[in-house]
Design a protein around this ligand. Structure first.
Ligand code: DMJ
Length: 542
């Protein structure tokens, strides 16, 4: 009987479909096209309604210092105004010539993108710049960016993106914009994007793929990364953003992924054979072998996020703090050296020996040491602040020893060579923030006027050599007084370089460091006081 009933149903459905098809064939092409269009808009409308559905309410953390910071000193106020003007120049020209593209080519006056963002135009500069616009009080520009995000930012695209870059720039940027402005749309978009990244975690080890296709969810690692290895700074830089996603949605899935990942990685790394207590930059999923350690590219933000996991947890993640302390001790012992001329630098461990070379990226560590000083063993706090100051000094020298007063991508300490790039391929400056980031942290902790002076020197050099009529561009050789431009305005220039400069010339009441933790792309996220709340699906959060 059941089979007969099913057969009849199928027959009836079939008949109905045939009738409908016959009806349709009687219609003109235009009528059919219009019907499809109506159907499409209906689906889109429904999707939009779904998107607009508010997420469950969560206790909002105490947001202190999202405005203000007006300097009392006239000279400092003028400098801050100048940085704001630079931001407007960068933004307005992107608005004019690169709108919706990921980045701007300020000389060709058109959009630009790289493989980290995949093949789609996802407005990386808009998302990365939002919180800087907000704190600078550029509210019309902020609303303009918000409107673009509301109308255009779509993650259902057939595009393979870097999980790390999309996390730090897009999720970090959207979360910070949400916290600062209170606008729901940024939270919704951050969650939609995170859902698209989750398939990257479906790996045999639980360590996410470096890249994921946003549409298909298929992931893979970078081909260039030591036989398809995972990269320490990439899989070690997801935790902060994912914890906030769980906090804001009440959905433990992100937290579970992040905490599983973090715990798993922590265990895995602690179990590994780590000569000298150093961490590998590459983790080979098959062999587990490694031979490269650095605090610069490939390793950097792993250490940063250990410290920041502790800070963001209101100093309750003791395991993270211990791992950070142990790692820094090993780094200091094995990677940090003094040059003949007395400059403290961080070298790189490669093929069983220390290469006396420091990257621009590693200059962020001056700020990290200063930030981590408080909370280290009592007798060490002063020492770490001092170490941070020494790194800031060395990185300043790397700027000062060039024709343009801008730092090279990496510099050597070899015999007579000190803090200078030797190879042509390392002489470029691409508007990176790390040195200015370190000046800002040291300024906050010491109020030593030299950091504002060094920051101003860098701002003037950027203005003189990187500013072009339609934006800002990197330069190919900081040792040449007439360098060629690379014609790229990186999104991190607006997210980080200009933000750190603006903060350097602001009062400490703007985004105070005991209430905010900056992600590795300079997006401020509030400290979470989780004493009465858990992130694992507690009804208080749900
Ligand atoms: C930024 O995207 C982030 O700071 C990242 O952690 C490292 N590099 C760039 C800027 O140089």
């Amino acid at each position: 009987d059941e089979e007969e009933r099913l057969r009849n149903k199928i027959r009836a459905d079939h008949e109905k479909a045939l009738e409908e098809a016959k009806e349709k064939l009687k219609k003109s092409r235009e009528e059919i096209r219009a019907e499809i269009q109506t159907e499409k808009s209906k689906v889109l409308q429904e999707m939009k309604m779904k998107e607009k559905k508010p997420l469950p309410p969560v206790p909002v953390p105490n947001l202190i210092g999202i405005n203000g910071g007006d300097p009392e000193d006239n000279d400092i106020r003028k400098k801050r105004e100048k940085i704001k003007e630079m931001m407007k120049h960068a933004w307005d020209n992107y608005r004019l010539y690169g709108w919706g593209h990921n980045e701007l080519r300020p000389i060709a006056r058109k959009g630009h993108s790289t493989n980290i963002f995949g093949s789609s135009q996802m407005g990386a500069t808009i998302v990365d710049a939002l919180d800087t616009l907000y704190i600078m009080g550029l509210h019309d520009e902020f609303r303009d960016g918000q409107k673009w995000i509301e109308d255009n930012l779509d993650f259902s695209v057939n595009s393979e993106v870097s999980v790390f870059e999309v996390n730090i720039r897009f999720i970090g940027g959207l979360l910070a914009a949400h916290y600062l402005s209170g606008e729901e749309i940024f939270k919704i978009k951050a969650v939609q994007l995170a859902e698209k990244l989750l398939p990257a975690f479906n790996t045999p080890t639980g360590i996410p793929w470096a890249m994921v296709n946003l549409k298909s969810g298929v992931g893979r690692n970078w081909g260039w990364a030591s036989a398809g290895s995972s990269i320490l700074a990439e899989f070690g830089t997801l935790h902060m953003e994912f914890v906030h996603l769980s906090y804001l949605t009440g959905d433990p899935v992100y937290y579970k992924k992040a905490s599983f990942l973090v715990m798993h990685i922590r265990k895995l790394l602690q179990k590994m054979d780590r000569p000298n207590g150093l961490y590998p930059n590459y983790l080979n999923p098959r062999t587990g072998r490694w031979d490269h350690t650095s605090v610069g590219g490939l390793g950097d933000s792993f250490y940063e996020y250990l410290l920041k996991a502790w800070l963001m947890s209101d100093k309750t993640d003791h395991e993270a703090r211990k791992m950070y302390d142990d790692a820094i001790e090993a780094i200091e012992k094995h990677l940090i050296k003094k040059s003949r001329g007395g400059l403290t630098f961080i070298g790189e461990w490669k093929n069983g020996h220390l290469e006396k070379k420091m990257g621009h990226l590693a200059c962020f560590a001056g700020g990290m040491f200063a930030l981590g000083a408080d909370g280290s063993k009592t007798e060490k706090a002063g020492h770490y602040l001092e170490l941070g100051a020494e790194i800031a000094h060395t990185c300043h020298e790397s700027y000062d020893r060039t024709a343009l007063k801008l730092g090279p991508e990496s510099f050597k300490f070899d015999g007579a060579v000190e803090a200078v790039a030797v190879r042509q391929a390392e002489k470029y400056y691409i508007l990176r923030p790390e040195v200015i980031e370190t000046y800002w942290y040291l300024w906050r902790f010491t109020h030593d006027p030299r950091y504002r002076q060094w920051g101003w020197e860098a701002a003037l050099a950027i203005e003189k050599h990187c500013r072009v009529s339609s934006g800002f561009s990197g330069v190919k050789d900081v040792y040449s007084s007439t360098p060629a431009h690379d014609d790229v305005q990186q999104s991190f220039f607006l997210a980080e370089t200009l933000k750190y400069l603006y903060l350097l010339f602001s009062g400490d009441d703007l985004l105070p460091l005991d209430h905010w933790v900056f992600n590795t792309e300079a997006h401020p996220l509030p400290v979470l006081h989780l004493a009465n709340t858990t992130l694992s699906g507690n009804p208080a959060v749900r």
